[in-house]
Design a protein around this ligand. Structure first.
Ligand SMILES: Nc1ncnc2c1ncn2[C@@H]1O[C@H](COP(=O)(O)OP(=O)(O)O)[C@@H](O)[C@H]1O
Ligand SMILES: O=C(O)C1=C[C@@H](OP(=O)(O)O)[C@@H](O)[C@H](O)C1
Length: 254
């Protein structure tokens, strides 16, 4: 599905979906997936600088006074960007793409603590979508048993089976923003179900994740040894996210 947002900052660009994320430096990155098959015309931006959309995933700035393409060609960063409020950016972006989504579900994927719930709730509100959390749906499937209890009583495989069942049901629904569990990418079948919607990977550096998880004292279900064990697990998931990103056209938000 492509969305023509030619009017957005005069960018004559066709995108599958996109999202603004403000980088710590204050600039804003707008990410979009480019599927392999799409032969997109060169994009002449508002700044009259032709862009070659050759990569599967591009970041492009919007509303900046000027920008430059970085060496890897994967990221455009703004200079002299006047920092916008992130929620305002989400609001503006949501209003731009909402009419084109045709009710497609939006799946937020990322490590524990990457902000799936926080951003998912804002996004759902701005898109007039319902918000749901795959963990909560799994708990409902198991009579209200908590995720931690499910892992303890029935083990991870049981949890993963229920997680896949939840995604199968969601794949025929519309109008949801779903915050998925951090390990949802460990099963390729889950990617298949999420491809019925739009998947957005919140790619937060491990250091920032560690700070957030430490700050809220998350029960690390998957690796109670915390610390090193958790970091190894997170690195495994990160490489899975990267792989799924390359194979399934996930939108990657940094
Ligand atoms: N962009 C952000 N910057 C800083 N902290 C954030 C951001 N997004 C979420 N957080 C914080 O990180 C923690 C985890 O956020 P949450 O949305 O629950 O993540 P997830 O649902 O991916 O586990 C919360 O304390 C939240 O306030
Ligand atoms: O990383 C994981 O494998 C998990 C992350 C959790 O979700 P959150 O990322 O929302 O905490 C939850 O699905 C379960 O504890 C498994």
């Amino acid at each position: 599905m492509t969305v023509n947002v030619g009017h957005l900052q005069n960018l004559s660009i066709r995108i599958d979906s996109g999202m603004f994320v403000r980088k710590p430096s204050g600039s804003v990155r707008f990410l979009l997936p480019i599927s392999k098959q799409q032969k997109l015309p060169p994009v002449v931006s508002a700044f009259q600088q032709p862009l070659r959309l050759s990569n599967r995933c591009r970041t492009i700035s919007v509303g900046a006074s000027c920008y430059r393409e970085n060496i890897s060609g994967l990221a455009l960063e703004t200079e002299n960007f006047h920092p916008f409020d992130k929620d305002l950016l989400l609001k503006n972006k949501s209003q731009e793409v909402q009419p084109h989504l045709n009710g497609k579900c939006i799946y937020l994927v990322g490590m524990m603590g990457s902000g799936k719930t926080t951003i998912g709730k804002i996004l759902a509100k701005e898109l007039s979508y319902a918000f749901s959390d795959s963990d909560t749906l799994v708990e409902q499937e198991v009579g209200g048993t908590s995720v931690a209890e499910i892992f303890k009583l029935y083990g991870e495989d049981f949890f993963r089976d229920k997680e896949t069942e939840v995604l199968r049901k969601l794949s025929s629904m519309h109008g949801f923003v779903i915050s998925t569990g951090g390990g949802i990418v460990v099963r390729p079948i889950n990617w298949k179900y999420m491809q019925n919607g739009i998947s957005i990977w919140l790619d937060v550096p491990l250091e920032a994740l560690a700070k957030r998880i430490a700050a809220v004292g998350f029960q690390t279900i998957v690796n109670s040894s915390g610390g090193e064990g958790r970091c190894i697990y997170q690195r495994q998931c990160q490489s899975l996210f990267r792989k799924s990103c390359s194979q399934t056209g996930f939108v990657r938000c940094m």
